[in-house]
Design a protein around this ligand. Structure first.
Ligand code: PNS
Length: 161
């Protein structure tokens, strides 16, 4: 049985993430979506509990997907959940530069392999940072986040002052 860990900040989950989760769920036996801390993005908007809750709601229809939060290094999370590999999505050349470095470091540090899925063209322009920016300025999240989460995320992410 092949189990993969799909790690990310998920602040918040977007349709781009859902594209990768859905395709990984088809390609592998089990997908664990892992909410991890990204030291390069220290000021998150949603709490870890909110990120996990949103992901659980968004993936409720996918039988072989579960969601969990991890602390520390990705290689330790892979070991802790018994995954065989990491899955990451690639949108642009910019993503490639960062992701190749991470993949090589994770392989060197923990023998962890990374499998890349090319983002579907319909999702290539979607990023959690843009979603946060749009929501804080009271924009609509339609077509950017899972439909069942649109209203909740618009409220959670809206700037209150
Ligand atoms: O959604 P993101 O922000 O692109 O996800 C990045 C994430 C959380 C996967 C990455 O920052 C990460 O792996 N964090 C855990 C700490 C770690 O292992 N850092 C070294 C990676 S080489």
């Amino acid at each position: 049985m092949r189990t993969v860990l799909y790690p990310g900040s998920f602040d918040p989950v977007t349709l781009g993430h859902m594209d990768i989760i859905g395709r990984a769920a088809t390609a592998f036996d089990r997908v664990i979506v892992g909410v991890l801390y990204n030291p390069d993005k220290p000021s998150g908007m949603l709490t870890t509990a909110q990120r996990v809750e949103c992901l659980r709601e968004a993936t409720a229809g996918l039988e072989n997907v579960r969601v969990a939060a991890f602390s520390g290094l990705l290689v330790d999370a892979v070991r802790a959940c018994g995954a065989d590999a990491v899955v990451r999505g690639l949108r642009t050349e910019g993503d490639c530069d960062v992701e190749m470095q991470m993949a090589r470091l994770n392989r060197q540090m923990g023998g962890v392999e990374t499998v890349f899925l090319a983002a579907s063209p319909a999702c290539m322009h979607i990023s959690a940072s843009m979603v946060r920016q749009i929501a804080t300025m009271n924009g609509s999240l339609r077509g950017l986040v899972p439909p069942s989460l649109e209203a909740r995320l618009e409220t959670l992410l809206r700037r209150t002052k």
